[in-house]
Design a protein. Structure first.
Length: 317
């Protein structure tokens, strides 16, 4: 029988990777999986018994990362900055997919464009994942988790720049990154709405890592910001395993659709995963619908008819 002291200790216990339930028999795809939050997410899921696909732009680096993982994994090529690559990845998928984790991202980089001509941060962080999710959705059986960021609250991210989503002539790295992370949350909101309307049991959730020391900060366009982030990484940030916990919590715990998970510490910079709030802009269903329609037009990918799609998948084996 538990003592009073042990009950108190249990109540104080923070959720960690060891609390992930048995994932045996489940399959997950993690984008951007060869380093940082991605490889930490892969390793935790694989250790819990899942078969995890590392969806990476560079298969060589992916294979090297896969060799560090304890569990069942495989590597497949996926370049989110190239819609042809996204379509190829999705078209090659066979069978059920329990978890799709949209983790890959670029942050605060100099102005650049994807192969399809989109601003690189918006194109990679949002449009690539938008297309991938909708193309794979007929296979998904449980949930889609998209990694956002506290940067969605930045001053330049108080709204989507619908008149200029590529920020042509007004690009700044921070504004572009913040807009892409706001887009991740609006995408999750509308995806959940559409899943519910379709009668699907699949859930869409989002997560953010707080301040996690990953390779993203080293690509910042500003030398000053890179230096400041290096200091923050040393004295404030969580490591990649702690930073991956909100994603893992969103991927494996029984949470409401459209839920948003982040660290429970001061400023949501570090700590144990918990449900957190989001900005008013990230909660606006009108903007979510508008972004969805714009994303369909830009990518040529639409929300699938899940009943028909599921029957087609079953017939194809």
């Amino acid at each position: 029988m538990a003592t009073k002291d042990s009950a108190v200790e249990q109540s104080k216990k923070k959720w960690g990777a060891g609390d992930i339930g048995d994932q045996t028999g489940r399959t997950a795809v993690v984008t951007g999986a060869n380093s940082g939050l991605g490889i930490a997410t892969v390793d935790a899921l694989a250790r819990a018994g899942a078969h995890v696909v590392l969806a990476v732009r560079d298969p060589g680096r992916g294979e090297a990362a896969a060799r560090t993982v304890h569990g069942s994994v495989e590597v497949r090529r996926l370049d989110l900055a190239d819609l042809a690559s996204v379509r190829e990845f999705a078209a090659s998928w066979r069978g059920d997919l329990d978890l799709l984790i949209n983790n890959a991202g670029v942050m605060n980089i100099p102005e650049a464009t994807t192969k399809d001509g989109f601003e690189m941060q918006f194109g990679t962080n949002h449009l690539g994942h938008f297309a991938l999710t909708n193309l794979l959705l007929p296979h998904v059986t449980d949930r889609v988790v998209t990694v956002s960021s506290g940067a969605h609250r930045m001053p330049g991210s108080t709204h989507m720049h619908f008149g200029n989503l590529n920020l042509t002539g007004e690009y700044t790295p921070i504004t572009a990154y913040g807009q892409s992370k706001l887009a991740n949350l609006l995408f999750t909101l509308e995806l959940q709405s559409r899943l519910a309307a379709a009668g699907s049991s699949v859930r869409a959730l989002a997560a953010h890592p707080g301040w996690a020391a990953t390779g993203l900060q080293g690509h910042d366009a500003s030398v000053v910001r890179r230096a400041l982030m290096a200091v923050g990484n040393r004295f404030i940030a969580q490591d990649n395993r702690a930073g991956a916990l909100p994603t893992l919590y969103a991927a494996t715990e029984d949470l409401p659709g459209a839920g948003y998970v982040g660290p429970d510490g001061f400023g949501e910079m570090r700590g144990a995963p918990t449900l957190v709030g989001r900005s008013a802009a990230a909660s606006d269903p009108v903007s979510a619908v508008r972004l969805w329609r714009a994303s369909e037009e830009l990518t040529g990918v639409t929300f699938p008819r899940l009943g028909e799609a599921a029957r087609a998948v079953a017939a194809a084996g």
